[in-house]
Design a binder for this molecule. Structure first.
Ligand SMILES: [Zn+2]
Length: 272
């Protein structure tokens, strides 16, 4: 969508459904708030086009804000969506993609945005924290850094450029991890879910085991304590914000409708 000029409203709808992260006509961080029904009225052609490609339409969110909270190495927008009451005591963060070659969580994030918000919980969705990696279809970002080794949690130098788990030149050396840390510090989510692939497991990472096991049970996946990786985003959250819970969901390699249904049920369960 590089040179196409689009209005904020149309851009918002396009972002909602396509997760393009490419409001390139507006280079500075922006926030838009809009009601879905208004957007449909103002952008009928876009609405028709993208709705046809949406696999699951579960409901209609009451209100969605989206904003650009940072930029990738290659200048792509890092986009978040907020649905539900902004002053909620409970806030759920869902990160669809942090490794660009593990993209199943992105369609789940999209489906989540089509659900109805609750009155008591705000849901914050970051469909893709590594848009450059997604374009390149690589685990790492455009500077070959594994973003999930670049957070401040026990950061240490791992590998070198070109290695699968290269941790970068220092903690938060990458614009994507910098932006995410700033966002989490600002929003302080109660529960954060980070989607990965493809180990078929929910990783018990130091938050509430009750929350993690409920999620795993609904998905029908085992809850296992895996290695606490240096520089991990979820471990950084768990050790930085006591009383909150961040965990990793390793989705299966193959996406299926039944899996998406279970994941959606588990995510909605977190809101109560
Ligand atoms: Zn991963």
């Amino acid at each position: 969508m590089g040179n196409v000029t689009i209005s904020p409203a149309v851009c918002g709808l396009a972002l909602l459904f396509l997760m393009l992260g490419a409001c390139t006509s507006n280079p500075s961080p922006t926030t838009h708030a809009r009601h879905p029904s208004t957007a449909k009225a103002s952008a009928p052609s876009t609405s028709t086009k993208v709705s046809a490609s949406a696999p699951v339409a579960i409901g209609v969110p009451t209100f969605i804000y989206h904003s650009v909270f940072g930029r990738s190495v290659q200048g792509q927008a890092l986009v978040m969506f907020r649905m539900g009451p902004l002053n909620a005591h409970r806030r759920i963060l869902v990160v669809g993609v942090i490794h660009g070659n593990e993209t199943a969580g992105r369609s789940i994030a999209r489906d989540l945005l089509l659900t109805s918000a609750t009155a008591t919980t705000e849901v914050v969705v970051v469909p893709d924290l590594s848009p450059d990696g997604s374009v390149l279809e690589t685990r790492q970002n455009a500077r070959a850094v594994d973003l999930n080794r670049n957070f401040p949690y026990r950061w240490k130098s791992l590998g070198r450029r070109g290695d699968m788990q290269y941790s970068g030149t220092g903690p938060l050396s990458e614009p994507e991890s910098q932006a995410m840390v700033a966002l989490i510090r600002r929003l302080r989510p109660t529960v954060s879910v980070w989607f990965h692939q493809s180990l078929d497991v929910v990783d018990e990472l130091g938050g509430s085991v009750v929350v993690e096991s409920r999620f795993a049970n609904i998905l029908g996946l085992p809850l296992l304590r895996m290695r606490r990786y240096n520089g991990s985003a979820a471990s950084w959250e768990n050790t930085s914000f006591l009383g909150t819970t961040a965990f990793v969901v390793e989705l299966p390699r193959r996406e299926s409708a039944s899996l998406v249904t279970k994941v959606m049920r588990a995510l909605k369960d977190l809101e109560h």
